[in-house]
Ligand binder design. Sequence first.
Ligand code: BDR
Ligand code: CA
Length: 318
Amino acid sequence: TTRLILDCDTGTDDAVAIMLAATHPDLELVGVTTVNGNVQVEYCTENTLRVLDHVGRSDVPVHEGMDRPIVRTDFPVPRDAALNPNSSIHGRELPLPPATTRKQDVGAVEFLVETYRRTTQEITLVPVGPLSNIAAALAVEPGLVDAVPEVVIMGGGNVKGNATPSAEFNIWADPEAAATVLAAGFRRVTLVPLDATHQALVSQAQCDELRALGTTAGEAAATLIERRITGYDSTQPMATTHSAPVHDALCVAYLLDRDVVDLHHRHVDVETAGRLTVGRTVMDLYFRGHQEPNCHVALGADPDRFFAILRDTFARAV
Ligand code: BDR
Ligand code: CA
């Protein structure tokens, strides 16, 4: 069993990641923390509760986190779906019934700090939104770097950007937080950027397969991924038509099958001052900077292995 905490800005692909983590028998989802990102944090929390409820896991505690970046106050983080560059891909509310459960009273940062202070078990940390909660938790408890066995981050891009021409959304939405987390000295950091997620596309035909599984999870995953395909078709069409990346779910899939991505141990830093490049992950692929590698970077992914994990998990789920 792999224990994990998911930190997310739920979002369609976050939702598929949550479903995978909540329903796979080999994963133990200790809690979900939410952060401002795809939509305002309050909607991320509501969406998270909806997803867990929908797949029969309303027992998983949800802790609401940061409603803004750690440093920037004037940064154009999405405060509403209308301002969000990804709005057509996510929408403000997920197409699932309203949640019947409530978030926890304890906030995300306190939950992270206290959980890792107390635990005697290994709990993998999987942030798939802007890194504001993780950086804030590090400021309270720097010992987090030793308490967390592995951090698996969805973010960044070497070849591509999606929020700006040079930056990926999660890193761009709180670049100072991302720079802090990458430089913190965690025991192991695995970074899953667009270079990998754009190789693990899910097609309309595969959505049909998920729906045909006849399970609640399969049906919901199909609906969520179809919303992504429609959004991508109209904003960033993929080379393979009628398909979309499901970024965040690839991070959870990696916990189940390490060969779903292709890792390279390299140094990665985040641009926080550039005029054109704020939020860009600078990956030292050819060891030009002579700095010790701080990251295992996924530069490729296996789409068949990825889809098999989605299909097999949702086939056995509720
Ligand atoms: C990331 O940005 C968000 O829109 C997605 O949920 C994913 O975490 C991809 O750039
Ligand atoms: Ca996300």
